[in-house]
Each structure stands twice: as C-alpha cells, then as structure tokens.
Design a protein around this ligand. Structure first.
Ligand SMILES: Cc1cc2nc3c(=O)[nH]c(=O)nc-3n(C[C@H](O)[C@H](O)[C@H](O)COP(=O)(O)OP(=O)(O)OC[C@H]3O[C@@H](n4cnc5c(N)ncnc54)[C@H](O)[C@@H]3O)c2cc1C
Length: 460
C-alpha cells in the first residue's frame, strides 16, 4: 500500500505503523497472569529486561518479567537495527573524566556489546538477518569530512578500529546522493532485523523458564525484609531482587532513574516497495548509513532490499508518526531527489533515553538494579548490559563492567520532563540546515575541491 498523505497514514491501525512487525510471525505467546513470588522480578520487557531475565532463569532463579504494554512494545521491536560501537564520548573525553586506562575499558565495552550480540544470535540460532555489513558515516560539509578523516586515523591508532575513508569522488560506491562530502565506513559495524531479534530473545527466555506478563505495569516497589513487594493491577509480587529496565519509558516508579534519563522521541518511516534497481543505485553497498549532522539521520535498506527505512528527529517538539512521516519523507527526498513522489507505507516512533553525560548506566539504587541511558544506541548495549545486569543480580564476578560505579548525573530541578529539549533541537536543526545549504552552495561554486579528495584509504 502506498501512502502519500497524512490522511492515509492516520487511517492505518496503530500496529501497522511499525514496519518490522508487519513481515514476521506473531511473537511467541506469553503469560496473562503473574506469580505471587519470584526470586527476580524485572520491570520492562525490552532487550535489557529480557537479557537480564535469561541469565537469571538460566541459573535456576524463578524469574518474572512485567511490561506495562505487550512484551517488546518499547524501542526493542521498532528501532533502526543498526549496531555500532555504542559508546558516544570519545576516548579523549572519557580519559579526562576517568583516566586513560578506565577510558579504554569503557570504550571496549562498546565493542564487547557488538561482539556479544553476534555471539548470542549465533549460539541461539536466531534468524534475524544479523550482518556485519558496516556503517557509512557521511559528512554533511567538507569541514566535517576533514574532521572524520582525522578522527578515523586517531581511532585506528588508539583503539585499533578498522575504518575505510571514502572521499566524495568515491562516495557513489556507498550512496547514490550528492548531499554529502564523503565519509568513513566503520567496516565492522552490523545490522539486524530488530523484531526478529526480539522474537528470538523472547523465545530463548521462555525456553529458559522466564514468565513474561504483558499489560501489567508495576505501580510501586516497596522494601519488605530482605526483598521487595512489587504492586501491579494483576497482583502483588514478593521479589527477592528487582530490576528496572524501562529506559526511555521510565515513569515515576523510581524517581531516582526518572531524574537521570532524558526521554527523546526518535522517528522512522519505511518507503513503499521500490524497484531493486533503485535500491541498488541509492544504497549499493548494503551498509547502514548515518551522518555528521548534530540532529543525525540514520537509514538503511530493509533486510530484503525492498524499501528504504529512514529515521531521525524531525521537529524540535515531540510529535506523532502522522506528523513526522511527511517531514521525514521530505528530508529523505532532499538526500535522494529521485524518490520525490514515492509513497511512505509506514511511519512510527519510540522513546530513546539520553543521559546527561552521554554514557549508558548500570548500577543499583536502594537495592534495585537498573541499566539504561543508551543514548539512541541500545541494540547492542541494552542487550549486553542486560546480560551483565542479570549476572550482577546473581552476584557473579563476570557481571563486572567498566561502567560500574560511574556517577549517574542529573541536573537541578530536572524531574524527567526535558523542557530544554525543544530549544536545543530547534537550534541544532537550524544550524545543520544552514551548514548543509552553505556547503552545497560552495560546492556548486567549485570550492569543494579544497578538501581531501585524495584521502581514499583504509586504516586498520
Ligand atoms: C525509532 C528508534 C530507532 C532506533 N534505532 C536504533 C538503532 O538503529 N540502533 C541502536 O543501537 N538503537 C536504536 N534505538 C534505541 C534502542 O532501540 C533502545 O536503546 C533499546 O531498544 C532499549 O531497550 P530497553 O530494553 O532498555 O528499553 P525498551 O525496549 O524501550 O523497553 C522498555 C519497556 O519498559 C516498559 N515499562 C515502562 N514502565 C513500566 C512499568 N512501570 N511497568 C512495566 N513495564 C514498564 C515499556 O512498556 C517498554 O516496553 C532506536 C530507538 C527508536 C525508538
């Protein structure tokens, strides 16, 4: 079905907005009731919660997962499926805060998360289109290309990261667009089908004996002796240990985490089916793509190369998929003008969780365990830290991570409502647009040749 107008998108039932769940078998069946007592109660059934649950149940613990919505309803079935190094702050920035050795260890957790997802998928034979197809990170101005080249050389020298530099004159090998000024390829980054991946995780958890109950919000957590009482509309649960895995959907259940994560909407569309020849021309290399804009775009072909899935942040204020769909379509056509007139069949969104220091956080507060704040890069990290969280709950030595005991910062007067976001996003979007226009104008005037046209090489 091709949709061009807002009215068409409105008429789609809510469920059909997410492309990923359209083309897979229904998720494995879960439970409708809760147990009255469990060794471990996990609140939130996304990648974080389910991976923690798998570890707990595999070690013989009775494990109950609760979700306010249906299992997997959060980001974990509706993301872009890109898996990168996941740790946003640079080695230099982390070194200033933690010292060089710890900074290296934190950065290494990012690589560990990518490797671990691959290992988990292989071990559990999950058919989720996992592929190490690499990520093309495109420069939206010549200056950003120069910065990417410098950064690539530094990353390779300091962290051994394999990177291919792609100057503008070679960029058509990666992307059929003139919107960029070259870029770099992180050749070891990966992608997967997020809902198939989730389905495999859920099945693995059920096989391990985890009880998963949807439509069952935890409404309070109280201390009770050495454990806790978790209240839900389906009953009160006695819990030995409690894990909070609510990330961008963290409400006031635990004000400590609500004051530390910044929920931000991320929006995606899927185009209608496109001829294979068009996809092959626009994204020939099958890589996932992101760019250097402050308000980043991320996009990729669908795993069957029948559509383009295009995501980003389209407005300063939070909006809904009906409004964001046409805006994303407009931005997609700015990058690929030949897609003008192409319909959008799916438009959806979800809430990611940023933290004030751009790091993900794992720890305990008041005896309750948590992991969250993946800053939009949680496919690898939520899975990996969820697994480590499960080990920490059991007190296992291998649960230790370089992110343990990192201060989880908040800001005065912040209570989980990011009132400052519209101003910041609005400014960045304006700045990005101005830079893009300026770069394209200079390029048209023949000034783009000054940047490193001869930089084509692979480092690492
Ligand atoms: C549009 C979009 C695109 C993205 N693209 C990428 C990408 O390409 N690569 C990448 O690495 N990351 C991406 N992400 C981010 C990634 O999907 C998330 O970081 C990751 O899925 C977080 O997993 P989680 O388990 O921590 O949280 P979620 O999967 O969001 O799960 C949290 C769950 O907690 C539940 N919950 C909340 N409160 C309660 C309560 N009181 N009781 C019970 N349950 C509760 C919610 O219902 C929800 O199901 C994207 C996210 C979005 C929205």
């Amino acid at each position: 079905m091709a949709l061009n107008s807002t009215a068409d998108i409105v008429s789609l039932p809510e469920k059909h907005h997410v492309y990923w769940t359209d083309d897979i078998a229904p998720l494995p069946e879960t439970h409708t009731s809760v147990v009255s007592e469990a060794d471990v109660v996990i609140i939130g059934s996304g990648y974080t919660g389910m991976h923690a649950a798998i570890v707990a149940a595999s070690h013989g613990k009775t494990t109950q997962v609760l979700d306010a919505q249906t299992p997997g309803w959060g980001c974990s079935t509706r993301n872009g499926g890109q898996i990168s190094g996941s740790v946003k702050p640079s080695l230099h920035r982390l070194s200033k805060r933690f010292g060089v050795e710890r900074a290296h260890a934190i950065r290494a957790e990012g690589e560990a998360s990518l490797n671990w997802v691959e290992h988990f998928v292989e071990t559990n034979n999950i058919k989720c289109d996992f592929a190490r197809n690499g990520r093309f990170h495109a420069a939206h101005t010549p200056r950003h290309f120069d910065k990417l080249v410098t950064e690539a050389k530094r990353l390779n020298a300091e962290e051994n990261t394999p990177i291919k530099i792609v100057p503008r004159h070679d960029q058509y090998q990666e992307i059929g667009s003139d919107a960029y000024f070259g870029g770099v390829v992180f050749t070891h980054h990966a992608s997967l089908h997020p809902a198939k991946y989730y389905s495999g995780i859920l099945q693995t958890a059920l096989d391990a004996g985890v009880r998963v109950t949807g439509l069952c919000p935890a409404t309070s957590i109280e201390r009770s002796g050495a454990g806790f009482i978790v209240s839900t509309p389906k009953g009160r649960l006695k819990a030995g240990k409690v894990v909070i895995a609510t990330n961008g959907y963290s409400g006031n259940l635990m004000p400590y985490v609500q004051r530390r994560v910044i929920p931000i909407g991320s929006y995606i569309i899927a185009t209608e089916r496109l001829p294979r020849s068009v996809i092959d021309r626009l994204i020939p290399s099958d890589r996932v793509i992101s760019d250097t804009c402050k308000v980043v775009y991320y996009y990729r072909p669908s795993p069957d190369r029948s559509r383009i899935l295009f995501g980003g942040r389209v407005s300063a204020n939070e909006t809904n998929p009906v409004t964001s769909g046409p805006k994303l379509q407009h931005d997609l056509c700015r990058i690929f003008p030949e897609l003008k007139g192409i319909g959008v069949s799916h438009s959806w969104s979800g809430k990611v969780a940023y933290s004030f220091d751009e790091l993900m956080h794992i720890g305990q507060h008041g005896g309750v365990h948590y992991a969250m704040g993946y800053c939009g890069s949680g496919v690898g990290m939520a899975s990996y830290l969820g697994m480590r969280l499960g080990q920490q709950v059991l007190g296992l030595a291998e649960g230790k991570t370089a992110l343990d005991n990192v201060d989880f910062p908040t800001r005065p007067f912040y209570r989980g409502k990011p009132w400052f976001l519209p101003a910041i996003v609005g400014w960045y979007r304006m700045y990005d647009r101005w830079q893009c226009r300026q770069a394209q104008r200079n390029s048209a005037n023949g000034e783009a040749g000054r940047f490193a046209e001869d930089a084509s090489q692979t480092v690492g």
